[in-house]
Design a binder for this molecule. Sequence first.
Ligand SMILES: Cc1cc2nc3c(=O)[nH]c(=O)nc-3n(C[C@H](O)[C@H](O)[C@H](O)COP(=O)(O)OP(=O)(O)OC[C@H]3O[C@@H](n4cnc5c(N)ncnc54)[C@H](O)[C@@H]3O)c2cc1C
Length: 78
Amino acid sequence: MQIDGVFVFIGYVPNSDGLENILKLNDNKEIIVDSEMKTEIPGVFAAGDSIAKKYRQITTAVADGTIAALSAAEYLRN
Ligand SMILES: Cc1cc2nc3c(=O)[nH]c(=O)nc-3n(C[C@H](O)[C@H](O)[C@H](O)COP(=O)(O)OP(=O)(O)OC[C@H]3O[C@@H](n4cnc5c(N)ncnc54)[C@H](O)[C@@H]3O)c2cc1C
């Protein structure tokens, strides 16, 4: 078959194996965080496609990462 390129569909289940006994995950194995990207464990943050949210795009992942980094910095300051 002559083609110019391929987008591989990798599915929607995040690679969170091993976290189920550590962090709170939803039924889709996504990490549950609050609006500041905090997990239920103080000092542990999550962002991007691994978290429970509706829209998964580069822009939302970058925004999550910014919030998680600022939250982590605040956590360390306090
Ligand atoms: C085919 C496809 C097309 C897409 N098209 C678009 C688009 O056009 N526009 C758009 O905005 N978004 C698009 N997206 C969505 C976008 O790519 C994601 O929302 C974004 O990349 C999520 O960023 P992330 O950093 O959370 O995760 P990722 O970009 O997936 O990065 C996670 C990284 O963690 C690494 N990793 C995984 N497990 C481990 C581990 N145990 N230890 C260490 N490292 C690990 C992975 O190798 C990877 O490098 C597309 C996604 C796919 C799959």
